[in-house]
Write a protein that binds this ligand. Structure first.
Ligand code: ADP
Length: 439
């Protein structure tokens, strides 16, 4: 740095000496100094102009100012920082390109869009899955290109938790699943994947379970029938009586499991839009269920208290609701010790929902089991459940029925109080007796 300034100082001293010589020769000291100073300023301005032109013309190499002293250092420093920023930019572009390649290679489609649903960027999978072209469709609204009503609905709600399923606009056989994710202020990401294979696998699994259950039902009915005959036959040898009785109990249990599996598979596979909803008289249903359970209650010294809003009805599928309600009340009796008090309420929960609440004062369900209770074959105590004739499918059936009725299930338990609450939406104004479910 000192070197550059010493050149500059030498230049200044040279100028002063020239002024002194002129002043000495001519005697016009002030004029000599003024002319020298003006010359120096003019030279500075000229250098500044050169630098300015070089910067304005985007560092054109043939306009690189040739200077020495401080100007040389200024030019060198500018040049160096320019080289650095070029390298940085190249690196950033490389990273961006690599990122682009990675995102493009993802099996998921990725579409970036703004608050107005206008596409900013999309990868090549978006073209394959939905026909959205990352080059030509930028600037278009997503909902203009993806006409699925599910997408339009999701873009209105912008719920980042919601998983949207829709049929691919490119292939009617392909089911796609999408999720909206926030990227930054004003920028969103639509992540779409093809789940056709998963759906196909689920269908195959469900069909297999349904077929297997169906196939097993007939031979079991035959075996059970013969066992019943043998049980009633007074000539059966005494040493076989016990074996026949136990075999019959087990076949009845298997029949119950198969029946529950068939119910479940029907609940899962039935096309909901095809099922007509009717007004269901839940109060009447509860009255009948309570009556049917009188013997069971008495046998276990249980007591049942009911609080039923006799006017409260909902729209639904009667058979499904009977199954769910019976399961919940039956569980409160089946899984609690003798003498338990069970309270059943059917009431308006709020403006939009009616709720069936079944509370018992049994020992309760440990917290860690609660989230698993609606899983198939999940029991807190497998041996005890089997002993009580449980299949482990009851709450799965309850969950599906409630879901199919657009309701929700809540389970709360602590020692001395277990509550299962099934809430169903109230349909306030129904002009027709039949309403089709739109899912
Ligand atoms: P199960 O056929 O065994 O009744 P469910 O799916 O209906 O199967 O219930 C799952 C498990 O949840 C039961 O095995 C039982 O352990 C537990 N459970 C359900 N209801 C109650 C209740 N009211 N009190 C205590 N445990 C319960």
């Amino acid at each position: 740095m000192q070197v550059y300034w010493s050149i500059e100082l030498r230049r200044l001293v040279g100028g002063v000496m020239v002024a002194v010589i002129f002043g000495f020769i001519t005697g016009y000291w002030w004029a000599a100094f003024l002319v020298t100073a003006l010359g120096y300023v003019a030279w500075l301005l000229y250098k500044l102009r050169q630098l300015q032109l070089w910067l304005v013309h985007d560092f054109k190499p043939d306009e690189l100012p040739d200077s020495d002293g401080v100007w040389e250092q200024v030019v060198t420093l500018i040049n160096r920082s320019r080289q650095k920023s070029i390298k940085r930019k190249q690196k950033q572009e490389e990273i961006l390109q690599r990122l682009n390649n990675i995102i493009s290679a993802l099996p998921d489609a990725v579409i970036l869009f703004d608050d107005d649903h206008v596409i900013q960027w999309s990868n090549s999978t978006a073209l394959a899955l939905m026909g959205i072209n990352g080059k030509t469709d930028v600037g278009q609204r997503i909902d203009n290109l993806l006409r699925a009503p599910e997408i339009a609905q999701a873009l209105t709600g912008m719920d980042t938790e919601e998983e949207i399923q829709f049929i691919s606009p490119r292939n009617a056989q392909a089911t796609l699943q999408a999720r909206i994710l926030p990227v930054e202020r004003g920028l969103w990401l639509l992540n779409v994947r093809d789940i056709s294979q998963r759906i196909q696998l689920q269908h195959t699994r469900k069909a297999f379970i349904a077929n297997a259950s169906h196939e097993l039902r007939t031979p079991l009915t035959v075996v059970s029938g013969y066992l019943e005959l043998m049980q009633e036959d007074p000539e059966v040898p005494a040493h076989l009586v016990m074996a026949i009785q136990q075999s019959r109990e087990q076949t009845l249990r298997m029949q119950q499991i198969i029946s529950d599996m068939l119910t479940l598979s029907k609940l899962e596979t039935m096309e909901r839009a095809q099922i007509p909803l009717r007004v269901v008289d839940v109060p009447e249903m509860l009255k009948n269920t309570s009556q049917a359970l009188t013997d069971t209650l008495a046998a276990q010294s249980h007591t049942l208290e009911t609080h039923i809003d006799a006017e409260l009805m909902i729209m639904g599928v009667e058979g499904e609701l009977t199954s769910a309600i019976t399961n919940l009340i039956d569980n409160a009796i089946k899984h609690t010790p003798a003498g338990t008090h069970v309270i059943v309420r059917w009431e308006r929960l709020n403006q939009d929902y009616a709720a069936l609440t079944v509370t018992d004062n049994g020992p309760g369900i440990p917290n860690e089991h609660i989230v698993h209770l609606t899983e198939r074959f999940y029991r807190v105590d497998t041996g005890r459940s089997r002993e009580r004739g449980g299949t482990g499918l009851g709450l799965s059936i309850v969950k599906h029925v409630i879901q199919n009725h657009q309701g929700y299930l809540s389970i709360k338990s602590r020692p001395g109080e277990t509550t299962f609450q099934a809430s169903f939406p109230l349909i306030k104004e129904t002009k027709e007796a039949e309403i089709l479910v739109n899912t």
